[in-house]
Design a protein around this ligand. Sequence first.
Ligand code: DAH
Length: 357
Amino acid sequence: MEREAPTTRAAWERSCARIESALREAGAAAAEDLPKLEEVRVRFLGRKGELTELLKSLKDLSIEDRRALGPKAQGLKASFEAAVGARRAALEDASDAASLETDALDLTLPAVRAPRGRLHPLTTTLHEIARIFQLMGYSWAEGPFVEDERHNFTALNIPEDHPARDSHDTFYLQDLPLLLRTHTSTVQIRALESSRPPLRVVCPGRVFRHEQLDATHSAVFHQVEGLVVDEGVGFADLKGHLQAFLQQLLGTSTKTRFRPSYFPFTEPSTEVDVQCFFCPGSGCPSCKHTGWIEILGAGVVNPVVLKSVGYDEKKWSGFAFGIGVERVAMLLHGVRDLRDFYTNDLRFLKQFDESLL
Ligand code: DAH
């Protein structure tokens, strides 16, 4: 249909009113599907559309008329465009919803992530400790939780009545000569019984002591035991291995110290402290105001122990160490309260990086 361009203000206003009412009747909101909506859009806003023509015809009016009518025409165009956009979105949503109803599988949708478990931070710490020693040629061995007195005490040079037994706060099994192991040093004896030197093993695992639960103590905790037995092994080897391990684990800038100590199954004995990560070094409740946190005990295997498992202590010598896994995990992750590891609060557990798996 050819339309005459309105050249007077009155004619223009009539055209505008006509288009406005046509828009109201056959406007965007009335389009029942996307092709109809496109028809309506072309009819009004296409290159030769009614509204397009009306806007073009503004140029034939006087400058005052143009100033007066221009904004009205632009407003009409803007609200029509907005109505087309809104209707298009509504029709597209409806068509998506309909295809979801009818199509069994929509491969374009993002996948729903299944909730995934991850390893506990104590497990990853234990794996990390064992991994470093495995790189240094140690193999992995495990032993039972329920032990006899010989493996837990006697063969380790802790005879009955030895005061060291008191400090272990042992859980005994009722009516049986058995106990829950108080340290992984039991596995030293088992390893020496089951294989011949040269020997390099790490034995990670759970240990039990009748302790009151607090920020740094638990009745169930974890250790990684290490044992090296060969000809001519001494304290210098122990120090070299442990220093290499600590540098791998904590980085070269972390300060550590070897402090003389006493264990019945090693002679000489030492304990290794790491500078407190929390203060650091100036003293705080986490390091009991010493600036240091003890993470392991170690020493040269007491010849009495080698003899107790039938070794010629003049030929063989070795060193051993026992690392506290909870202490290391606390240092690595800045955890001040050991109980956080055991309460299974998912908000706590979800913080740990899976890259350590
Ligand atoms: N078994 C000791 C404890 O639980 C730790 C330990 C100290 C282990 C010295 C060792 C060692 O192998 O040589 O406190």
